[in-house]
Design a protein around this ligand. Structure first.
Ligand code: ADP
Ligand code: ZN
Length: 431
């Protein structure tokens, strides 16, 4: 199922010339209408005339999250407020959130891209889509909502939380697709088990999960527990919201909709890296009118590939995001992402994918404690058995995440559960 075959399977050269044209257009628009970009371009001694197409992308300035903060709230909008019909903001755990403004055309394009995402997951007009992403300033809920509506599905706008009710309606309304964070999907699966709801009572067949990093191991886990295809979706509010990229049924990375976004992967020295190399994912929005961005540094680490995809879509794919550079932990000089710890944990039998990472400092030494829940069948094991399990977890952490962590086995159901983005790390170090 391909929602917009003309655009999604467009030959590469044609896609590139469309990008060239759209890039020239967006550069002209921000130069004329956004003081921040005009100044940045003047500093670099360039005008829109210097940008002939994608080949000139490296001449353009980067945009950082700090630039959004400095221009808070509406300083990067490229149109007068009368043209802005919606304002969203990032979840922004610290400080001022970053704000994004949309024209009605922007909302329409968002719906189109989320419709592509729905079709990627095999979700169409016959489907009942339960949207359990939060509705509100966070873009998850409304984004998924627009896509599901655009393909003609029946949408249940549940929003996040209220787990017992989610399950009741999932069963009663016969939801066939679920949209939420992977950690909430896991939470729902667990609650279902506890409520004695067996898979034959629900009709779920696919999940569109994103907004936080997760691993291939977690995918398998969720797919088994819910009996579905679990697909990865990526986005961020600054660039649009969910649906910047979406995985197809091949499950080999997420197609970035290149007719609307120009992705780059940037290396440590600010250079644009070739496909296949890992770096900081960076986007130039080609068709946004409310708040277009040039070379926005997401600080999400990933790899791009333009290997042909069996689904027939020609748009470049991004691999799983390991995490944001801001979320990287440095433990005694070793860099580690929570997703690497998740991967290491899920290699071990006898524990569940509910975990928390506590980082602290004793004297001048960093310590890391990984708390993880036991599987219920391990509960009655002997002390010796549990010690051996701890040992296996420590070894897995050492070999897969290269860290020497203390491990604490917890009773099933005792670690906090997430209803949106999971908070996995508690950093108690005082800097
Ligand atoms: P906030 O920055 O407040 O979390 P957003 O809600 O816009 O704001 O979140 C966007 C971020 O969420 C991305 O930059 C990325 O770090 C993360 N994210 C979104 N989707 C995924 C995904 N599928 N895999 C990994 N990380 C993701
Ligand atoms: Zn594909």
């Amino acid at each position: 199922m391909i929602w917009n075959p003309t655009m999604e399977t467009m030959p590469k050269e044609q896609l590139r010339s469309l990008q060239d044209e759209r890039l020239r257009d967006v550069v002209r628009r921000v130069y004329e209408n956004v003081a921040f970009y005009r100044h940045k371009m003047q500093e670099k001694g360039i005008t829109p005339m210097d940008i002939r197409g994608v080949c000139d992308i490296e001449k353009l300035p980067f945009t950082e999250k700090q630039d959004l903060r400095d221009n808070y709230p509406f300083g990067l909008f490229a149109l007068p407020q009368s043209e802005i019909i919606r304002i969203h903001a990032s979840s922004g755990t610290t400080g001022k959130p970053s704000v994004a403004g949309y024209t009605s055309g922007d909302i329409d394009r968002w719906a189109e891209l989320m419709a592509r995402a729905m079709y990627c997951a095999g979700v169409g007009k016959e489907d009942v889509v339960q949207v359990a992403y939060g509705y509100g300033l966070f873009t998850g809920g409304l984004g998924a909502h627009y896509g599901a509506e655009r393909v003609g599905a029946s949408v249940i706008p549940m929003s996040g939380g209220n787990t017992a009710r989610q399950l009741m309606l999932m069963e009663d309304f016969g939801s066939t697709a679920l949209c939420c964070t992977p950690s909430y999907a896991l939470n729902l699966a667990e609650a279902m088990e506890q409520a004695g709801i067996t898979l034959d009572r629900i009709k779920l067949k696919s999940g569109i999960f994103g907004a936080e990093p997760w691993t291939e191991d977690m995918r398998k886990h969720i797919e088994e527990k819910l009996g579905i295809d679990a697909l990865n979706i990526y986005g961020l509010s600054e660039v649009m919201g969910p649906g910047v990229s979406m995985e197809c049924m091949c499950k080999q990375g997420m197609h970035i909709w290149e007719d609307h976004f120009l992705p780059e992967v940037i290396g440590d020295k600010g250079e644009s890296l070739p496909y296949g190399e890992q770096g900081d994912l960076t986007f130039t929005t080609l068709t946004k009118h409310g708040m277009p961005l040039l070379r926005y540094r997401t600080h999400d680490l990933c790899v791009l590939t333009d290997e042909p995809c069996p689904c027939g879509r020609t748009h470049v794919r991004m691999g799983r995001v390991m995490g944001r550079t801001d979320d990287m932990l440095i433990i005694r000089g070793v860099n580690v992402f929570p997703s690497q710890i998740e991967h290491a944990l899920l290699q071990v039998q006898g524990i569940e994918p509910h975990y928390r990472i506590v980082v602290d400092r004793v004297g001048s030494l960093d310590t890391i404690l990984v708390e993880v829940e036991l599987s219920s069948w391990m509960m009655s094991d002997t002390v010796k058995g549990l010690e051996a399990l701890e040992e296996r977890i420590m070894n897995s952490l050492a070999s897969h995440a290269l860290i020497h962590a203390q491990v604490k086995l917890c009773q099933p159901g005792t670690l906090p559960r997430s209803e949106g983005k999971a908070k996995r790390v508690e950093d108690r170090r005082k800097f």
